[in-house]
Design a protein around this ligand. Structure first.
Ligand SMILES: [Zn+2]
Ligand SMILES: [Zn+2]
Length: 269
């Protein structure tokens, strides 16, 4: 029997040059070496169903405001991945940070799937704290609320089946309601970890990325990701790692992460 998920594309749209020291909550030996972040949206394909998009990316205004470089606008990336964004009926929002929820307008016909805890958090008094609020933009959160009033938001609470080879898993710590996406593929369960793991190095070193609301929960979320992936780094797709493009079969900045990496990820780190 063939697996329900037939392919998964990681579509890169932006980049941020930075040093390793900026990517960990604890001091690291290579702190002064370059360790850039890439930004992706993901597309999950199943037989006979429209693609499910995971996260929406951000646009030119957020890129300029935050000093990120758009390598290819999300709309163009989707087109070049063979996806008609107007035909997308379901978008999973892993969380509401600007770089994941900044492009809702690209999917006018979609329902947005989000954890209860994430929208509650993003509209709570905790956003009065400028440090907590920094990775959020108000407009995407307002857009989610507006979509809610048009019956275009679907809430999830904890771990839930999404149907046909996809399940959602709460992995809070980075934010209050971050969810990771598990996909049943030909090579086993592949976890789209989003910001539960920015980089393979965060997992391999067991040191999370330095944006969190609860560091202990964040470390537990990383362990949960590894558990869901059957203990295999090769079955985890981190949210921001350039290694995704260099390690998996890639064409035109679009990696096929349903396929195995060229070499075991643990050997590349
Ligand atoms: Zn985030
Ligand atoms: Zn992110």
């Amino acid at each position: 029997m063939t697996a329900p998920v037939t392919s998964i594309q990681a579509i890169r749209y932006a980049r941020h040059e930075r040093k390793a020291g900026a990517n960990f909550t604890a001091p690291v030996d290579d702190h002064d070496l370059p360790m850039p972040l890439d930004y992706y949206v993901w597309a999950i394909h199943r037989e006979g169903l429209p693609p499910v998009i995971v996260d929406t990316g951000f646009g030119a205004i957020a890129a300029a405001a935050r000093g990120r470089e758009i390598t290819r606008p999300v709309r163009k990336g989707l087109r070049e991945a063979g996806i008609d964004r107007l035909g997308v009926t379901d978008v999973i929002l892993t969380h509401l940070h600007y770089d994941h929820a900044g492009g809702l307008e690209d999917f006018p016909n979609a329902r947005f799937h989000i954890q209860d805890a994430e929208l509650a958090f993003a509209t709570s008094r905790q956003m009065c704290d400028h440090h907590v609020r920094a990775p959020f933009d108000g407009e995407p959160v307002a857009q989610v609320v507006r979509r809610l009033y048009h019956d275009h938001v679907v809430f999830h609470d904890g771990d839930e089946s999404f149907g046909s080879g996809i399940s959602l898993h709460l992995a809070h710590g980075h934010t209050a309601g971050l969810q990771v996406v598990a996909c049943e593929t030909e090579r086993g369960t592949v976890i789209l970890a989003s910001d539960a793991a920015h980089l393979y190095a965060n997992l391999a070193r067991s040191i999370p990325f330095p944006i969190f609301i609860d560091e202990a929960d964040y470390i537990r979320a990383q362990s949960r990701v590894m558990e869901l992936a059957g203990g295999s780094l090769d079955h985890v797709v981190p949210g921001h790692d350039p290694l995704v493009l260099s390690c998996f079969p890639t064409e035109n900045d679009i990696a096929r992460v349903d396929l195995p990496p060229h070499r075991p990820i643990a050997e590349v780190l």
